[in-house]
Design a protein around this ligand. Structure first.
Ligand code: 8YV
Length: 317
């Protein structure tokens, strides 16, 4: 009999789903109307869980899966899993570390360019016929340059480093904050976020959100200032969203490029009408390339754990 796997959210790569079905009995919890009853019926047989970085898994659900051998996160953020709880149970929690770095960094660059060059507003201007109705060159205001601007990176992990590498090609001086200075990097380390924000034009959030809720607040946005942009490709909860909305509404900062939000898919609707704000639906890793590599890592984690081995990417065992 094939081992049973519980899948908490969809995988979008057909080949990965085929492979999962070939090896396991896959219980797709995200398709069930009555999730509680479904767990009641199948919980005892589940040996592996697949979840998303943002979705994670509750301790309550873990407790209802007595045969569980692994939680495979199809992502790199593990803030939605209680790692201490899993560790105490000897339960491996794995991530897809390294698989999505390039695409997340690419989207950060896309958001940086989109906000300062107002690419989305320009796109709408052409597509809605406004250019024809109003061909005067001043119909759209001048935008701002990215090249040479000072970039402040919050969280110099794999993604932060990949962004630093990319913006260096735009001749942008890079500074960063993290728990510690990285001796192998040529960039300026700034120990506190407020000073980092004060000294940069783009504040780019790439930090893990495990212990960093609400670090970007009104004071940080004030320090970033009226010519500064915020880019977030990490987690919505790093930011006090009400403070961000207020800062954007009142011109405290110049604009924002956001892929992630506090309560996805609910985004503060006041942002929808702002040309200086570019929004994405948590899609930084949503490429065929990343999601295929991530799916393969999930498959490897399941296979290793169910064979009684320690999964390579385990954070807790
Ligand atoms: C993924 C993420 O979209 O890696 C993460 O932590 O949040 C995302 O990049 C998500 O995990 C896909 O399931």
């Amino acid at each position: 009999m094939k081992p049973s796997i519980l899948q908490l959210n969809p995988i979008l790569v057909p080949a990965i789903n085929d492979k999962l079905r070939e090896l396991y009995t896959v219980h797709r919890l995200f398709e069930q109307d009555n999730k509680d009853a479904y767990i009641q019926e199948h919980g005892a047989s589940i040996q592996g869980v697949i979840t998303g970085g943002h979705t994670g898994i509750s301790n309550e659900l873990i407790e209802r899966l007595p045969a569980l051998k692994v939680i495979a996160v199809n992502g790199v953020g593990t803030d939605a899993v209680d790692l201490g709880f899993a560790r105490a149970r000897g339960l491996p929690v794995t991530g897809t570390f390294g698989a999505l770095t390039e695409d997340v960094a690419d989207l950060a660059i896309g958001l940086m360019l989109a906000v300062c060059r107002e690419i989305c507003a320009g796109n709408e201007f052409v597509k809605t016929g406004s250019w024809v109705r109003n061909p005067h060159p001043g119909a759209l205001p001048l935008s701002r340059r990215l090249s040479g601007k000072r970039v402040g990176i919050v969280g110099m992990g794999k993604v932060g480093r990949a962004i630093a590498q990319r913006v260096s090609a735009f001749n942008c001086p890079v500074s960063y904050t993290d728990l510690r200075r990285m001796e192998d990097l040529p960039h300026q380390f700034v120990p506190d976020l407020l000073s980092l924000a004060r000294g940069c034009d783009f504040l780019v959030l790439c930090a893990a959100a495990d212990k960093a809720h609400g670090i970007v607040n009104a004071a940080v946005l004030d320090a970033l200032g009226k010519d500064g942009y915020l880019v977030n490709i990490a987690r919505g909860k790093l930011v006090v969203e009400e403070d961000l909305v207020e800062a954007l509404t009142n011109g405290v900062i110049a604009g924002a490029g956001l892929d992630v939000f506090v309560d996805e898919p609910n985004v503060p609707s006041v942002l929808f009408g702002m040309d200086r704000v570019v929004l994405q639906a948590h899609r930084a890793s949503a490429t065929v390339e990343s999601r295929t590599a991530m799916g393969e890592m999930v498959l490897a984690s399941l296979a290793q754990a169910l064979a009684g081995e320690r999964p390579e990417g385990s954070l807790t065992t």
